[in-house]
Design a binder for this molecule. Structure first.
Ligand code: CMC
Length: 437
């Protein structure tokens, strides 16, 4: 638990009490290793007040040592390491280890970790039966919400959340099985047989193999695309207390099992304001249709009376640039060069949109920059990943972040999450019998 900063407190003065009195409440202040100081308002309830902060814009709901973001400076650190260095020099599984354990692994630790994850890639064979309960045209995110939650019905041996060894094996299982389930949800929608994981392949290559391979012929994974896929997973691995991670923590704070908590996170991620944005970017580009409509859609995005937003632009925290988007832009270039599709009309349209938005007064003034989803959608499309799988890819990449954040909470002392409200309904009144209404 954080210790208050010595000789420094915040004072809250409330004037105009019932008898005209002024009340001053002293609130402790805490300093993190990075970021703004935090005012502890936890005891305000005892003084008869709640605080009001819809969307948790100014509220720290937990302490965490996993990820730090400075949105104004465009900084993202995992356990202190900048995302740009991790994307350039590390791999997704090494980052998973870092998020879970707090330090980079030795070569031996990494080797063991990779072997452990690889040995858990298969899912219980009876889980296949769950897929048959879905319509063939079910959205893969709908399937993922169901089948990831269903894992809790299969792995009873690791559901004691107070046992660190159970939590560890659950983390390994989830990281290992997500690509398998993700690929199964795609294959199911195509009416194609599921592909068993291949443990001779690395994590990203195995995912591409399970997505695109078939039992009828060999499928050779393109190493440039595998590297891009690994980087996409890596760039999504964690993002501190975003909506889906906060959902995982809130669900976990009740003592719910981790598979159920991650399923809740997947559901929260699905929305277009969050992880669903990568799918929404492609849908938006299809809707815009051609160059000649771009100005019309930019005008729509700027019109206060029009609900249309430029998907893939803006971020709650990043107000300078999204450092993940910068790396993704480079990956985008590599993938397009490899595939020889630099002249793809949709890419050209996306580039035009990006240029306009970066120069237009409205977007500049509101500090709306392309975010990670803007580029990831375009890359995934070029790689042949179907649009409705984009958010599933995000969910797969985000799994180590969710599980590390859940583990951090469960292994410390924590309270059930229970926000309060500013009630604006009717005051107490007497029930009126039905014949008198
Ligand atoms: N297009 C047009 N106007 C926008 C956009 C946009 N994409 N985003 C924000 N604005 C305007 C908004 O209308 C508001 O204007 P005003 O101040 O005049 O009312 C102002 O900018 C601030 O917007 P906000 O909704 O109050 O900001 P927020 O921090 O609550 O929302 C956001 C952040 C990401 C939900 C929002 O920017 C958005 O909807 N973007 C499009 C969806 C998207 O790309 N989401 C992916 C986020 S990155 C991946 C992830 O971490 O999940």
């Amino acid at each position: 638990m954080a210790t208050p900063i010595a000789n420094r407190t915040a004072k809250l003065t409330i004037e105009g009490g019932p008898d005209g009195e002024t009340e001053t409440i002293e609130l402790p202040l805490y300093a993190g290793t990075e970021g703004p100081d935090v005012i502890d308002i936890g005891k305000l309830t005892a003084q008869g007040f709640f605080t009001y902060d819809p969307g948790f814009v100014s509220t720290a709901a937990c302490e965490s040592s996993i990820t730090f973001i400075d949105g104004d400076a465009g900084i993202l650190l995992h356990r202190g390491y900048p995302i740009e260095q991790l994307a350039e020099q590390s791999t997704y599984l090494e980052l998973c280890y870092l998020l879970l354990n707090g330090e980079l692994p030795s070569a031996q630790n990494l080797d063991e970790f990779v072997k452990t994850i690889t040995r858990h890639t298969m899912v219980h064979d009876q889980l296949r039966n769950f897929f048959n309960g879905f319509r063939a045209d079910a959205h893969p995110m709908a399937i993922m919400c169901g089948v990831v939650g269903a894992l809790s019905a299969f792995y009873h041996d690791s559901l004691d959340i107070d046992d660190p060894s159970h939590r560890l094996i659950t983390a390994h299982r989830l990281i290992a099985k997500m690509p398998t389930l993700a690929a199964m949800s795609h294959k199911f929608s195509q009416g194609q047989p599921f592909m068993y994981p291949r443990n001779d392949l690395d994590y990203a290559s195995n995912f591409l193999y399970m997505m695109f391979g078939s039992p009828c012929e060999d499928y050779e994974v393109n190493p440039v695309l595998a590297r891009a896929m690994d980087r996409i997973f890596l760039l999504h691995a964690d993002h501190e207390q975003n909506a889906s991670t906060s959902t995982v923590r809130l669900a976990g704070s009740t003592g719910a099992n981790p598979f159920a908590c991650i399923a809740a996170g997947i559901a929260a991620l699905w929305g277009p304001a969050h992880g669903g944005a990568n799918e929404a970017v492609l849908n938006m580009l299809s809707e815009i249709g051609s160059f000649k409509n771009i100005d019309k859609y930019i005008a729509k995005a700027k019109d206060k009376d029009d609900p249309f937003r430029l998907m893939g632009f803006g971020h709650r925290v990043y107000k300078n640039y999204d450092p993940r988007a910068k790396v993704m832009q480079q990956t985008c270039k590599e993938v397009f060069e490899e595939l020889g599709v630099e002249d793809d009309p949709m890419l050209k349209m996306a580039q035009r949109l990006e240029k306009i938005a970066l120069e237009d007064e409205y977007f500049v003034e509101k500090r709306l920059y392309p975010n990670v989803d803007f580029y990831s959608g375009i890359i995934l499309k070029a790689m042949g990943i179907p649009v409705d799988m984009f958010t599933v890819v995000f969910a797969t990449g985000r799994t180590p972040g969710w599980i590390a954040q859940w583990n951090e909470m469960v292994s410390s002392s924590y309270k059930i999450g229970r926000p309060r409200q500013l009630y604006n309904g009717p005051s107490a009144r007497d029930y009126v019998a039905i014949d008198q209404r």
